[in-house]
Design a protein around this ligand. Structure first.
Ligand SMILES: [Zn+2]
Length: 402
């Protein structure tokens, strides 16, 4: 067996489901052929016939799967720092909107931006994720509301892998923000999403999945179900922003449609948690949102855990919660939600892969899976969750490259 590359003398957290805990292997080696893991195990068991074109001595460093950030809003123009500044000085949402700095300003700036500008801005955000060892990222549209802008955002997403070595999953997000002084017509928007946007974006191959922001000010349960029906008809899997600001049975609806993931879930209840587990839908926790909102209501981790729902964690990178570090997201999930180190690491590897429907290819270090690695200067995996500050990333390997 001739590998392209062999990493020796490592400590490896495989995150494999058939091994306990992190699936740790001390004094381990991992070999790559054509971008795929061709051998992994203890160095004492490396086959005598295994040779490699290049060998790296990891000097006892830890290797985890390349991190997967399974929920982001990477592609938009504008920023919300002015709104943040005004809110800290006591302004309310109405005053911020009337001053031109509310969420609608992101829609206007994104509509005005060229694809080149969106790609440039998103690449800068992507570089922050990459510095934390991210090898797969999901990116949502959702700041245009019209076909042209949503298409432009998704085209920009499709261009990112030509700028950086990254696996990118593009999601069309149906969202709604009302223009200042006007009220949006959500029913008419639902029609446009179902009859125009999803069929066209799917036919153009621009979306891998469809997400909906369900809530009091956006789409109702009935409207969300219609959008999900349109996505299913177009052959696309669905995701949901669910139960973020109130208990609206979003988790139940996501489960009913066997959504890949349901995100936020701050107000989901025990029944919703159980429904997600039965459907195999991954719960995506976004602790930066809870942090920025100084949320009193936290996701029902106790119920999700008891039900056996898989938990993923993401840095959402949205204009209002612009965190782009999955390491800090893990720390926040541990501190705010009391997730364990094992739950945190599963949340950015194996369970994040499941949240994107890619579990067969990424998320664990096993023979036959993509050779996406993060190599860390740490003493133990808990360092990745505990520390705040510069990334301890030593090297990042994407499909054997890096
Ligand atoms: Zn989101």
């Amino acid at each position: 067996m001739r590998a392209d590359r062999l990493w020796m003398n490592a400590r490896i957290a495989t995150m494999a489901a058939d091994q306990p805990g992190l699936g740790a292997i001390e004094k381990a080696a991992i070999a790559c052929k054509s971008g795929v893991i061709c051998w992994i195990g203890p160095m004492s068991e490396v086959p005598g016939a295994l040779t490699a074109a290049a060998t790296d001595d990891c000097a006892g460093r830890w290797i985890t799967p390349g991190l997967i950030n399974c929920h982001t809003h990477l592609i938009y123009s504008g920023q919300q720092a002015h709104a943040f500044e005004m809110s800290l000085s006591g302004a309310d949402d109405g005053e911020i909107a009337r001053a031109g700095h509310g969420p609608w300003s992101i829609v206007e700036a994104t509509r005005a931006a060229t694809i080149g500008q969106l790609v440039f801005q998103a690449t800068r955000r992507l570089d922050v994720l990459i510095a934390d060892g991210v090898t797969t990222v999901e990116s949502k549209s959702g700041f245009g509301f019209d076909l042209w802008t949503e298409q432009k955002q998704l085209e920009a997403a499709r261009l990112l892998p030509s700028r950086r070595d990254i696996t990118l999953v593009a999601t069309y997000l149906a969202a709604m923000v009302e223009p200042p002084g006007a009220s949006g017509d959500v029913a008419a928007q639902t029609d446009r999403v179902c009859k125009e946007m999803i069929p066209r974006l799917a036919a153009a191959g621009l979306a891998d999945s469809v997400d909906v922001v369900m809530g009091d000010r956006t789409f109702s349960a009935g409207q969300t179900a219609r959008i999900f029906d349109a996505a299913v008809a177009a052959g696309l899997p669905v995701m949901l922003h669910a139960d973020q600001l109130s208990h609206s049975h979003g988790a139940d609806l996501a489960a009913q449609y066997r959504a890949l993931s349901a995100a936020h879930l701050d107000y989901a209840d025990e029944n919703g948690a159980a429904a997600l587990a039965r459907a195999g839908t991954v719960a995506v926790l976004l602790p930066a949102t809870s942090y920025f909102n100084r949320a009193q209501q936290m996701p029902p981790v106790k119920h999700l855990r008891a039900a056996g729902t898989r938990l993923a964690i993401a840095a959402d990178g949205s204009p209002s919660a612009p965190l782009l570090s999955p390491l800090l997201a893990m720390n926040m999930a541990a501190v705010l939600f009391r997730l364990t180190v094992e739950e945190c690491l599963l949340g950015v590897t194996r369970h994040a892969a499941a949240a994107l429907g890619r579990a067969a290819h990424i998320g664990t270090l096993e023979t036959g899976k993509a050779c996406d690695l993060a190599i860390w200067d740490i003493e133990r995996p808990a360092d990745l969750v505990h520390r705040i500050g510069p990334s301890p990333l030593h090297a990042r390997i994407w499909q054997g490259l890096g």
